[in-house]
Write a protein that binds this ligand. Structure first.
Ligand SMILES: Cc1cc2nc3c(=O)[nH]c(=O)nc-3n(C[C@H](O)[C@H](O)[C@H](O)COP(=O)(O)OP(=O)(O)OC[C@H]3O[C@@H](n4cnc5c(N)ncnc54)[C@H](O)[C@@H]3O)c2cc1C
Length: 405
């Protein structure tokens, strides 16, 4: 076997590391590149869905993630205008659908560290960091990544296949020359973290969505460093509000006063503002390159689906590349990967995350009441309740993807 007999992965975030782990478990040499010297701790994904816990069990990750995280079966929808709990949904309805009928609340970087600890035991897993992948290309039976070290030195790595797990601005997607169709929401989101226990103060569950036509809020609990518990609160900013205003103590205090007035004094330990997009790549595989995770699709965070669906991509792709590695015809397998994951990204993650956001922010009083009524009805009807959590948990997406030939 020559040194070129390996798979290159650009991006060592959650999706890249899990995909690399799976390939190395298949016995395939894999080299990952990441521009950061360690996993980013930037307050992104907080929720591991049951679909992910099922997929991770054979990789040997699930027990450890459960040990580190907070288990939760319930999530709430509230009407922020009246503080009424409109509906409470229970993943317990999934007891016959999954071995893990609950979510695990865990900071994204802890998931990545857990994957890296498992991968460190596999000699075929090689992560090079910090290096920036500046150019990628492919020939008839090889791929190439040009990488730049922090001191400016460059080198070229070759492999047989390349996976872009390099996030929304993917260099791999750009080299594949595929579109990234969709749109950017006009408003920005501010994610603010407090140490105040909102479960104790206001009866929230570990995941909550509070609808309001002007100022909705989504609330999640994560473990924090020693299980002391931290609460992440996502607020939308109005278009006319400047970045400086939105990041100010006064703006945050005003949001807490109107959205969480029952919580008393809240100490703020982190804040971060970001733009929100809904986009899906025109193709997930082309030639010797393929995309998984945010490089292939991005969505708003309401519902906790982006990273979880990215894991489904990465594991699906790793198993197909393993079959190709051992002699299967690449074209039909990669075309099926594209069909399975692209269609379901649109039908499940894009559709559900957009619907969730619209329900949260609806301004028309009649539509708003109809939406909230719909949530009440689904929560009260066992079959509809199960269908709703089957979609939210991404188990429905996983099943649909497996059915696509
Ligand atoms: C506020 C917020 C909350 C969220 N909550 C959830 C949630 O609860 N559940 C959920 O499922 N999803 C959630 N998401 C989405 C989730 O964070 C992303 O879907 C996830 O990070 C995607 O993982 P990834 O590995 O595909 O990409 P990324 O996490 O973006 O990782 C890409 C990696 O590639 C590296 N990289 C990029 N370009 C290069 C290059 N040229 N050279 C070398 N390295 C490169 C980066 O350094 C990075 O490490 C949330 C997102 C936000 C913003």
């Amino acid at each position: 076997m020559s040194d070129i007999d390996r798979i290159l992965i650009v991006g060592g975030g959650p999706v890249g590391t899990v995909t690399g782990l799976r390939l190395a478990q298949h016995g395939i040499p894999v080299t990952l590149f990441d521009r950061l010297d360690k996993p980013a701790e930037d307050h992104r994904a907080a929720t591991l869905q049951p679909s992910t816990l099922d997929l991770f069990a054979p990789l040997g990750l699930t027990d450890e993630l459960i040990r580190q995280g907070l288990k939760s079966t319930l999530f709430q929808w509230r009407d922020r205008a009246t503080h009424e709990v409109v509906a409470e949904f229970d993943y317990g309805y999934l007891e016959n659908d999954t071995a893990f009928p609950f979510v695990v609340q865990l900071e994204q970087h802890k998931t990545v560290y857990t994957v890296l600890a498992a991968a460190a035991k596999l000699p075929k897993f090689n992560l090079i960091r910090p290096v920036d992948v500046t150019e990628v290309s492919e020939g008839p039976d090889w791929v190439e990544a040009k990488v730049q070290h922090p001191d400016g030195d460059t080198e070229v790595h070759r492999g047989r296949w390349m996976i872009g797990c390099d996030g929304g601005r993917s260099v791999v997607r750009k080299a594949m020359d595929v579109s990234f169709d969709g749109f950017t929401w006009p408003e920005r989101f501010n994610i603010v973290t407090t140490t105040r226990d909102l479960e104790q103060a206001m009866g929230f569950r570990l995941r909550n969505y509070c609808a309001h036509p002007e100022r909705w809020v989504s609330l999640m609990k994560v473990p924090g460093e020693n299980f002391e518990g931290l609460w992440r609160c996502v607020f939308p900013a109005k278009n006319e509000e400047t970045d400086d205003e939105v990041m100010s103590d006064a703006w945050i205090a005003a949001r807490f006063a109107e959205c969480l007035s029952g919580a008393g004094q809240c100490e703020i330990v982190h804040r971060n503002m970001y733009n929100v997009h809904q986009r899906v790549a025109g193709s997930f595989a082309k030639g010797r390159m393929a995309l998984a995770g945010d490089s292939a699709h991005i969505n708003n965070p309401i519902g906790g689906m982006g990273m979880n669906s990215g894991f489904q991509d990465g594991l699906n792709l790793a198993d197909k590349l393993a079959a190709i590695w051992h002699g299967a015809d690449s074209e039909p397998l990669l075309a099926r990967y594209d069909r399975q994951r692209r269609l379901t990204a649109i039908e499940y993650v894009q559709a559900q995350s957009i619907a969730n956001k619209k329900t949260l922010e609806e301004r028309d009083p009649k539509v708003r009441e109809a939406n909230l009524d719909n949530l009440r009805r689904m929560a009260a009807n066992p079959a509809a309740h199960r269908d709703f959590v089957l979609r939210g948990s991404l188990l429905a997406m996983l099943r649909k993807s497996e059915q696509i030939e």
